[in-house]
Design a protein around this ligand. Sequence first.
Ligand code: FAD
Length: 414
Amino acid sequence: MSLPSEVDVAIIGAGAAGLGAAHALENSGLSLIVLEARDRIGGRGHTIMAAPDVIFDVGCGWLHSADKNSFVQIGEQLNFEINKALPPWRERAFGKAFPQAERDEFIRALDAFYDRAEEAARTGRDSPANLCLEPGNRWNPMIDAISTYVNGSELDQVSILDMDAYEDSNINWRVRRGYGALMAAYGASLPLAFHCNVTLIDHSGPRLRIETSRGTLTAGKAIVTVPTNLISDEAIRFHPNLPAKVDAARGLPLGLANKVTLALDQAEDLPREGNLRAATMRTGMGTYHLRPFGQPCIEGFFGGRFARELEDAGDGAIAAQAIDDIAGLLGSDFRRRLRPLAESRWAHDEFARGSYSHALPGHAGDRALLAAPVGGRLFFAGEATSPNFFSTAHGARDSGERAAREVMGTIAAR
Ligand SMILES: Cc1cc2nc3c(=O)[nH]c(=O)nc-3n(C[C@H](O)[C@H](O)[C@H](O)COP(=O)(O)OP(=O)(O)OC[C@H]3O[C@@H](n4cnc5c(N)ncnc54)[C@H](O)[C@@H]3O)c2cc1C
């Protein structure tokens, strides 16, 4: 779509939050435009065909807290099949690498850690979550590894109050055709301008002046949904400056999670939807999903410092690590049965700069600070502003709706 010279509301970013905001405003009578730096809808939700028979979500894949997840109903309305099978990461293990008795012991240690964390949060002190590890417990490195998957970061960088605020109903479903594909369908009817990188929002005059890579437009109001790392790096700037927003974004950095998918020969030898992981006492380790939806592939997931090391090592390093791990666990003949198809590099993605936000210790309150409107004209959404579903796609979408309600509230109040 061509860039209008003026609109009532400009929404910056066509990820889940921007789409949620735009849908909430589409019948408001206000003129709208969604300004998106990429050439596609979805942001950190992105589905690709990694091979003719392998659908791969490069970003979000799970409908977390599915019983409270607004994308479930959207998926059903848009005729996207929702897969309600249990996720493999807890109960189902494959192979001898992590025997069931050990796995049970680990799950008990993990649950006890979460109980201690909940108790610690009741004190109201916002300490680093690693203080809730039991000193000397043999499973501590693996509990930390779980944090790298969930938070994109090790526990020493995670606020205990923030971790406790997350609402997990433990029901996790999937979208058969891909979460990113669902977002693309959800956004298809909206007024979108692609390749439109917003560099400055000047809020010094009577109207907002928005500078983009495709020219300048003015708006009555703007909803900013870009990831926190772009605000803290000042890749998108405000005039006058908004130091409180930059500080809040710095307290909510994006951690890192990366995914890889590998084509698997003679796939039928392995179970569908299996989980493969070693009981190695390391935090830097991958976890593997065997044949998701029965597809002939294995998906790997890496988080935290280890994911960053692998991403920094260059293209192909994540796939090479995954093949080494799987061959180590299942036997060296797997080397010739596996072939890299695709891997993510979210830290190097210019318009994401990481995977999902976590609050640093002492910064649990920053989510509300980041979400707060400025001057009745600038509104903020995105996963990092969600009070209880941060780091997720549905939390992002709902935050966009919340920002749209705030916009409407300022208009009704006039
Ligand atoms: C590997 C990985 C796995 C994940 N797994 C899950 C999961 O299983 N379940 C789940 O719920 N969530 C998961 N997430 C998190 C989820 O994807 C995000 O929380 C959610 O998609 C964020 O939506 P958002 O709208 O806040 O931000 P984004 O999706 O990042 O949207 C922001 C948009 O703004 C655009 N943009 C940035 N800067 C500018 C600019 N200057 N001008 C214009 N446009 C700009 C970006 O291109 C982007 O499209 C995962 C994420 C990753 C990376």
